[in-house]
Design a protein around this ligand. Structure first.
Ligand code: SIN
Length: 366
């Protein structure tokens, strides 16, 4: 009997967070002067006739310019996605977002969620009030992707290209073709409403799921410092003094670091601060190059590990989540019998100099 048939998951939930896709300008010709996040998710959907009649639900979670994205909103977003993804009637989830920190949010969700259903971020480079906005087509593509059986993982769709979270980066400040999937390129293309798969969908990689158990106000502080001509170790030292638990160096070229900064980084590591080397180059990341047979440890004083393919901004997210996960594990396993999980040692060895911000416990060994 048809009434007994299991219901096919057909609903796509669109969660709005703001961005240029929801941006409005005073005049149509203003493509760079507008207010991001002016429109709600419901208003975005209503403005796209191609979405009419589809099984879509809308939730406005935030209406912000994504340069103001924060950790509390990330946690709220992750929880909303988990809630909707658990529903039998939901095929997938679309998140409308600003382009500026989209690669960070994608990285955060990829590393914390079991995305068995598609979680598709989309955005726009032109505000909704532009004569030819890119948002409506991107939204149509995102809904199509989120509703397609077999699609999975945290994805981003912009300008007809589908990217995974790994390798994703914004590479242009105003063109509609603003994103790159790094050296690996896009996972798929959307051509004339058809999906052309180029590579396998990303496997779920919620390495740092446990971080979601911790209040974001207590997530370890991780900052980014850039290496450049004339770079000063004092900059890095100031971040440590200000309470950084981790530091990502946006290194030159293949993750090289100015000697002055490097010395400060090695000193910071000795104090218990976790340091990673990324590259400030747009593409390529950091290749550790085992060709010379030398380990990273031998080639880099203090063994400052590389962040691999991750952009500095993504490396910051991953290091913060790794430290938060270590903290969650330490808290979960810190029983009354108190074996030393590292937390007690870490607390005892927190740098004496400078304030311990908000008295955050300092996780160790990540
Ligand atoms: C933002 O990131 O919210 C503003 C810029 C954009 O979406 O393109």
């Amino acid at each position: 009997m048809p009434g007994d048939m299991p219901q096919r998951a057909a609903t796509v939930v669109i969660i709005g967070t703001g961005g240029t896709i929801a941006g409005a300008a005073a005049r149509p010709q203003d493509l760079t002067r507008y207010r991001a996040g002016s429109l709600s998710a419901q208003q975005l959907i209503q403005a796209v006739p191609a979405l009419a009649g589809q099984a879509i639900e809308a939730e406005s979670l935030a209406q912000i310019d994504s340069c103001d994205m924060d950790h509390a909103t990330w946690l709220e977003l992750a929880r909303a996605i988990q809630r909707h993804a658990a529903r039998d009637d939901v095929a997938g989830i679309v998140i409308t977002h600003g382009t500026d920190t989209l690669e960070e949010t994608a990285c955060f969700l990829h590393r914390t969620l079991r995305a068995d259903k598609p979680v598709v971020l989309t955005a726009a480079m032109r505000p909704a009030t532009a004569p030819s906005p890119d948002g409506p087509q991107n939204l149509v593509d995102a809904v199509l992707l989120a509703g397609t059986p077999g699609v999975r993982g945290v994805l981003a769709v912009l300008n007809g290209s589908v990217f995974g979270a790994d390798g994703l980066r914004k590479v242009h400040g105003f063109r509609v073709d603003a994103f790159s999937g790094g050296d690996a390129g896009p996972l798929a293309l959307l051509q004339d409403g058809r999906l052309r798969l180029l590579r396998a969908w990303p496997a779920a990689a919620p390495l740092f799921e446990a971080a979601l158990q911790i209040d974001p106000a207590s997530w370890p502080v991780v900052d980014i410092v850039t290496s450049h001509a004339g770079a000063r170790g004092a900059t890095l030292q100031a971040l440590v003094q200000a309470g950084a638990h981790g530091i990502v160096i946006a290194g030159t070229g293949n993750g090289s670091v100015h000697t002055s900064l490097l010395q400060a980084a090695v000193q910071a590591q000795r104090q218990g601060v976790a340091v990673r080397r990324a590259s400030r180059c747009l593409l390529g990341g950091v290749v550790d190059g085992a060709a010379d047979g030398q380990s990273d440890e031998a080639r880099w004083p203090g063994g400052i590990p590389s962040a691999g393919d991750a952009t500095p901004a993504q490396a910051r997210v991953q290091l913060m989540l790794a430290l938060a996960t270590a903290l969650a594990t330490a808290l979960a396993t810190a029983p009354f019998t108190a074996p030393d999980t590292g937390l007690a040692t870490a607390l005892a060895t927190a740098p004496a100099s400078g304030p311990a911000p908000e008295d955050r416990p300092r996780p160790a060994g990540v």
